[in-house]
Design a protein around this ligand. Structure first.
Ligand code: TTP
Length: 197
């Protein structure tokens, strides 16, 4: 039974490889699940991000040849500011609005992980508190010009230039980047145990 990462994110690929270091001969394949990531009106942020992680894992399994003989991991990250759920910016103007909203404030990053083998699906939700320094419009525009914000929830990357905006973080750094190492390793072990019983 081989592991499959249902993700197109190079960051998740690196983090998943990191998680497997204690496993003997750990390797995994990758598939790209194409799911509808729209938010359902009234759906709580935590339910939304867990639902998307599960859908990515389950859609990923369906893409595997001999699906039933694989274990698939999917993950999703959103940024939550008060009542607002912030995904990836749709364009530069959207990135500017998101970063102006995050400036000088504390937001939550929610990352959900789901693993499935078709019969059992296990999930974990990780919430991290991130506080931004004040950002001028010039800084925001210069950051957008680097293109870094465009493929990231909340329009920033803590692991890149966006790290310069982070005054403090309470919780899991790897979860902000896209895959919480502790929780993912727990899920990997739990699923492997299920396979053995
Ligand atoms: C907040 C933040 C998000 N991100 C990234 C993590 C996720 O890749 C992305 C959020 O989008 P997601 O929809 O969670 O993931 P994705 O489309 O990049 O990849 P997948 O194929 O697995 O669906 O934002 C960072 O890299 N750094 C950060 O600091």
């Amino acid at each position: 039974m081989g592991w499959v990462l249902a993700s197109t994110s190079p960051r998740r690929k690196e983090l998943f490889a990191q998680v497997g270091f204690t496993e003997k001969h750990f390797s995994f394949d990758q598939v790209a699940p194409d799911i509808d990531e729209s938010h359902i009106s009234g759906e709580p942020a935590a339910d939304f991000v867990v639902r998307l992680a599960k859908e990515k894992a389950q859609t990923g399994l369906a893409l595997c040849p001999n699906g039933e003989s694989h274990k698939v991991l999917g993950s999703d990250t959103i940024v939550v500011l008060g009542e607002q759920i912030l995904g990836k910016p749709v364009d530069k103007q959207d990135a500017q609005r998101i970063l102006s909203d995050l400036s000088g404030k504390t937001h939550q990053v929610m990352t959900a992980v789901a693993v499935t083998n078709g019969k059992t699906t296990l999930t974990r939700l990780c919430q991290t508190e991130v506080t931004f320094c004040h950002l001028t419009l010039d800084t925001i525009n210069a950051y957008i010009d680097t293109q870094e914000p465009m493929d990231k929830a909340g329009a920033y990357g803590i692991q890149g230039l966006g790290g310069c905006f982070v005054k403090s973080i309470k919780g899991s750094y790897s979860a902000v980047v896209g895959l919480p190492l502790v929780e993912t390793r727990e899920l990997l072990h739990e699923m492997n145990q299920i396979e053995l019983t």
